[in-house]
Design a binder for this molecule. Structure first.
Ligand SMILES: [Cu+2]
Length: 491
């Protein structure tokens, strides 16, 4: 006991001696980020709107960490409601994951310290309460790699949202037909639902979108649940888009975050030469192209090499199944900035169900080859009318967790028995996509994968910290009506 104490004391003395002469208090402050959940006013198509946000000490949205910096952050709740913030894609200790069922909510005025090793890449953070995420309580969380700092590439972040002037509660009530968070209603879903129930539910409820796209075999899938008033890129529409100053012939790393509550997009780089180099913060073998798919919760890192002709390059996000679009403009000095309509001429194709991109993505650092010792099946079920979404036909209250032992290799199969795509997100882990619609391959490492309607996706992962981790659809209407369960890792 005495020896240990003495050793500890000596080690501390040595460490102190090696540090530069900065007062301890000042040093700690410089290493700690501050983040405030608060309200802010944005202007959407000329109309002011009060939304929520996550601001740093300088009042800017989100955080940017340099290589090697820990996520050491004091989060303050300046809202007048309880909140909790999830660090999407990061792998903190479970007690810091920022979800209501395992972490206490922050009351108004309360602060809490978070401290964990940050994973490098493009991430985001958002409230884990559906109404708050719909209300834009979200921000970028960028952790730079040493090679990204060293390379001569301008970083541009594009955070996407779907936005309504109606309150988030009204949006959710409209989408769900009033069943969201109504636990009595949710209990009816305890019995498994027939998988094909979603077919033919061509509802016409007020405010609901009726977007359907044909699938092979003439079936019809559902794309969008709600007609939002606007689609935002960094809080702005194409009526008044962000214009990012770039160098003529410059090189850009575009970090796209789909923070929309219910909307999948195509990211369109137009004439600019582009390649997808990372998904969900994890590097992939570069995939050249000019149009890339993104679903709620996902991120794309896209390298863009601008031509030397000095013209402005719009970077557009095209809402699937409709003509709506948003975006920002990369403009070299002196370039004419084009005025773009917020509607395309023709509806954009479906992102949902289009697995063309997913099946060609290859992780730069795949999982080590290992036989799986657990192969759980996760059934994604539900329908538009009644609007109810479940995992294995069970409500959250009656959930049966997907279980695994810490350290074991798991191959989790998502089987989608519904007519909508579901962007499935697992907390506390990354996984590798290894199967789509029956075809096996060694795909991208991700934390959120879109499971096609009436299709399947299998992901491989090594079970992490022994704890309950959230496993859910990132469509807020689906999450709110019950499409969530736990991945319960046992010691
Ligand atoms: Cu879903």
């Amino acid at each position: 006991m005495t020896t240990l104490t003495r050793r500890g004391f000596l080690a501390a003395t040595a460490a102190f001696a090696a540090l530069p002469l900065v007062p301890a208090r000042a040093r700690a402050a410089a290493d700690t980020f501050s983040l405030t959940a608060t309200t802010r006013v944005i202007e959407v198509n000329g109309r002011a709107a009060t939304v929520m946000g996550l601001l740093d000490a300088q009042g800017r949205p989100g955080l940017r960490l340099d290589p090697g910096q820990r996520f050491r952050t004091d989060l303050t709740n300046a809202l007048d409601i309880d909140t909790i913030v999830h660090w999407h894609g990061q792998i903190p200790p479970n007690a810091q994951d920022g979800v209501p069922n395992t972490n206490p909510m922050l009351k108004p005025g309360q602060s809490r310290s978070f401290d964990f090793a940050a994973r490098p890449g493009t991430f985001w953070m958002h409230s884990h309460i559906p109404e708050q995420e719909i209300g834009l309580l979200a921000a970028p969380l960028i952790v730079r790699r040493p090679e990204e700092v060293a390379e001569d590439r301008q970083e541009v972040v594009m955070l996407l949202h779907d936005f309504a002037f109606a309150t988030p509660q009204e949006v959710l009530e409209t989408v769900t037909g009033g069943t969201a968070m109504d636990h009595d209603a949710m209990d009816h879903s305890a019995a498994p639902m027939p998988g094909m129930q979603g077919m033919g539910d061509m509802m016409s409820m007020p405010g609901m979108a009726e977007m359907h796209a044909s699938m092979e075999g003439g079936m019809s899938m559902d794309l969008n649940d709600y007609e939002f008033d606007a689609y935002l890129a960094n809080d702005r529409t194409l009526v008044d888009p962000e214009v990012v100053r770039v160098e003529k012939g410059g090189r850009v790393r575009l970090r796209v975050i789909d923070g929309a509550a219910m909307t999948a997009f195509w990211i369109d780089t137009g004439a600019a030469t582009a390649r997808l180099v990372a998904v969900d913060g994890n590097p992939v073998v570069p995939l050249p192209g000019t149009r890339f798919a993104i679903s709620p919760g996902q991120r794309l890192d896209i390298e863009i090499d601008l031509s030397g002709d000095g013209t402005a390059v719009p970077i557009l996000a095209l809402r699937e199944g409709t003509r709506e679009r948003t975006g920002l403009i990369l403009a070299p000095k002196g370039a004419a900035v084009p005025k773009l309509a917020d509607l395309s001429e023709n509806p954009h194709p479906a992102v949902s169900g289009d697995m063309t991109q997913e099946i060609v993505l290859r992780a730069v650092t795949p999982l080590a080859a290992r036989p799986a010792t657990a192969q759980p099946m996760v059934m994604l079920m539900g329908s538009m009318l009644p609007y109810q979404w479940t995992i294995d036909g069970r409500s959250w209250e009656n959930r049966r967790p997907v279980e695994a032992k810490s350290g074991e290799r798991v191959e989790m199969m998502f089987h989608n028995m519904s007519m909508m795509a579901h962007p499935m997100h697992l907390h506390g882990h990354t996984f590798q996509v290894i199967e789509v619609n029956g075809t096996r391959f060694a795909g991208a490492v991700r934390d959120t994968v879109s499971v096609p309607p009436m299709g399947s996706v299998t992901v491989a992962l090594d079970a992490g910290e022994a704890a309950p981790w959230m496993l859910h659809c990132h469509h807020m209407g689906h999450l709110a009506t019950g499409m969530m369960t736990e991945f319960l890792v046992r010691a």
